[in-house]
Write a protein that binds this ligand. Structure first.
Ligand code: ADP
Ligand code: MG
Length: 353
């Protein structure tokens, strides 16, 4: 084995609703690391986290990657160990760089980043702070506000307040006075539009709050805007680079779960048809957003753009963006002149900086 070979531990799956996307993202990453141009530089050990948080060896990880589907409890080796991480299925001394390809809670939120930090080993992507702040919409918005980045007006709400009639009345009045209709009700900690409602009156607001409260103790309500949805990819450590800007269009009132995951209902335009000056403002905002939450390595920053008056609002940052061959993050870099094999090699390099 040449001494320069970097041993990369790709961790995927995960106890999150985005388990299946993670499997597809990991396949893309691993293929790119095994590309002809990378073959002499990287050797990959894949590790699979099942839906109940158990970690499995590369043998099992490879069979998940091959089939492209999660293993059920019955398909995993028996007897099943207790849920969660009990021991690493690999000797950490055999890994040079960890590469988490996990989306959503238990992977994108700082937990696994904390594990790598405690092991004192380098890993791809943001550290504990950036990952945790980027996962929680309320924490993220607070950090963006402090950094002076333009955002849609919003309110943070405790789900517990909905059970107290005077508090609830206060919440409803505050939303109507400060935000008005339509507005968007969101759980602070999910993704893929799960638990989000667009509401147009008090009854819908109440229903939206109740739905979100079943999923999260922390809720966000945002003023609704009529805007184009644009996304920009960021890469780097000390120096953060921004990609060309892409656009998501869909045949629905807003980008809900069904539209996101039904074939043919949304399309991406890369690069987005925009005046250069607007693209440049979005690229600058994307880098500012990373700095505001201390995100680095990789991030996808999503913004709203109101063509009528030229306003741009920051919507959210994703510190572990989707990485399937069709995902926006790698596609934006491809369109910026960086093919997938080079992109994953740069990501590993940012971990070692
Ligand atoms: N304030 C808003 N105004 C208009 N549309 C919104 C607003 N907030 C969310 N949306 C719509 O809901 C979608 C999902 O919201 P987002 O905050 O991006 O959640 P997620 O983290 O689940 O992607 C957005 O892509 C957009 O279509
Ligand atoms: Mg989104």
């Amino acid at each position: 084995m040449p001494t320069s070979l970097i041993r990369v531990g790709v961790v995927f799956g995960g106890a999150s609703g985005e388990h299946d996307v993670s499997i597809r993202s990991a396949s893309t990453v691993i293929k790119a690391l095994a590309d002809d141009s990378n073959r002499e530089r990287f050797v990959v050990t894949p590790l699979y986290i099942d839906r109940e948080g158990r970690w499995w060896s590369d043998t099992i990880a490879r069979s998940v990657l091959e089939s492209g589907a999660a293993l059920t409890n019955e398909e995993l080796p028996q007897p099943l160990p207790a849920r969660g991480l009990r021991q690493l299925p690999v000797n950490p001394d055999c890994i040079d760089v960890w590469y988490p390809v996990l989306h959503g809670p238990n992977g994108e939120d700082g937990t696994v980043q904390g594990l790598f930090t405690l092991m004192q080993q380098p890993f791809v992507g943001s550290g504990v702070l950036g990952s945790a702040v980027g996962m929680d919409k309320l924490a993220m918005k607070a950090a963006f506000a402090v950094a002076g980045i333009s955002q849609v007006p919003y309110l943070g709400i405790n789900a517990a307040d909905l059970n107290n009639p005077p508090q609830l009345e206060h919440v409803l009045v505050k939303v109507e006075d400060e935000l008005g209709y339509p507005c968007f009700v969101k759980p602070a900690n999910l993704g893929s539009s799960v638990g989000i409602s667009k509401v147009r009156n008090r009854d819908e607001l109440l229903a939206g709050l109740q739905l979100a409260a079943e999923l999260d103790p922390r809720l966000v309500v945002e003023q609704g805007v009529n805007a184009r949805e644009l996304e920009c990819a960021v890469l780097g450590r000390e120096h953060l680079k921004a990609s060309v800007v892409g656009e998501v269009r869909f045949d629905a009132d807003w980008h809900d779960y069904e539209t996101k995951y039904t074939e043919g209902r949304s399309q991406t335009l890369i690069p987005a048809p925009l005046p250069d000056a607007v693209s440049q403002r979005i690229q600058a905002m994307a880098v500012d957003a990373c700095r505001a939450v201390h995100a680095y390595g990789q991030a996808r920053v999503d913004v709203f753009y109101d063509e009528a008056d030229g306003r741009i609002w920051l919507n959210e940052i994703n510190t572990l963006p989707g990485f399937t061959s069709q995902s926006m993050y790698p596609t934006l870099w491809e369109a910026s002149g960086m093919p997938l094999p080079q992109l994953v090699a740069e990501l590993v390099a940012t971990a070692q900086e």
